[in-house]
Design a protein around this ligand. Sequence first.
Ligand SMILES: Cc1cc2nc3c(=O)[nH]c(=O)nc-3n(C[C@H](O)[C@H](O)[C@H](O)COP(=O)(O)OP(=O)(O)OC[C@H]3O[C@@H](n4cnc5c(N)ncnc54)[C@H](O)[C@@H]3O)c2cc1C
Length: 309
Amino acid sequence: MLRRVLLGMSRSPQIKKAVSTLPVSSGIVSRFVAGETAPEAVLATEKLVSNGLNVTLDHLGEDVTDRAAATATADAYLELLRQLSDAGLTKNAEVSVKLSAVGQALPGDGEKIALENARTICRVARNAGTTVTLDMEDHTTTDRTLANLRELRKDFPETGAVLQSYLHRTEADCKALAYEGSRVRLCKGAYKEPETVAFQSRLDVDKSYVRCLKVLLAGQGYPMIATHDPRMVAIASSLASRYGREQGSYEFQMLYGIRPEEQKRLTSSGELMRVYIPYGTEWYGYLMRRLAERPQNLSFFVKSLVSKK
Ligand SMILES: Cc1cc2nc3c(=O)[nH]c(=O)nc-3n(C[C@H](O)[C@H](O)[C@H](O)COP(=O)(O)OP(=O)(O)OC[C@H]3O[C@@H](n4cnc5c(N)ncnc54)[C@H](O)[C@@H]3O)c2cc1C
């Protein structure tokens, strides 16, 4: 129930206005967001990489409503890639892109604009020696995002995709994407979705996650196992052994600020671990989705709002 309310709030412009007055340095924001600028994101990357972790960076923002904002987001990625390259970090750092942040939701030729912006980011990423993964948003965008992925993979076959185990369709999508060279990040899914398209109980979402893990780990692609769930991590490790997967032929992924000790533990046990680092001024929707996943953090959040520290 609380999860649904928080996810509803993540789309509310009024609440966004009130909450966005929090400085990014406020405890609850800085716990999940690396900063507002590219140099801050690069600094966070340097710290993690020096400890043996890999990262993927997300310039926060989604559902842009004008073309200038879509271009600005794409430019922000190009600048970030330049800074990562100058710092010698692109071997360990890739970028994650939401198509709605580069124009997908624009009326008219939004899809085309998003694809062109994504193509530019993929080209610059490749020249910098790294890759792009397309984040997955709510279910109304899944088909279009996968269609754009197919387009991008014609020129940039290294482009990664995200699939969400809460959707009924995802096991079939995993089968379609478990081919050689295909990079697939499997997560549970973070949006409020109707029961016509998505499993509603945790148990069903988890069961679907395990079915999808089996397909991806038994397949020929490169699975990216994105979860903080200790049970899913343990099941993924044992399935990887069952299917004869060597460490490094798949990877674990977790979000910045969530279970950092587990991130270190997996790294020390020889697993490839990638941390998803969000940064930028548009942190509101991202923060609300993180709170919805773990309402225990809510009291901390309310205290930050009241004290505005
Ligand atoms: C790298 C990455 C990329 C992602 N990309 C996308 C995307 O493109 N689209 C999308 O819809 N979603 C994305 N997500 C979010 C994802 O869909 C889930 O909403 C989120 O990861 C929470 O699910 P979970 O698997 O961690 O487990 P949950 O079911 O939320 O939690 C299960 C268990 O994990 C542990 N746990 C979870 N959170 C915490 C915490 N904060 N602190 C301590 N323990 C915790 C607890 O033991 C908990 O009981 C991404 C997640 C990751 C890690």
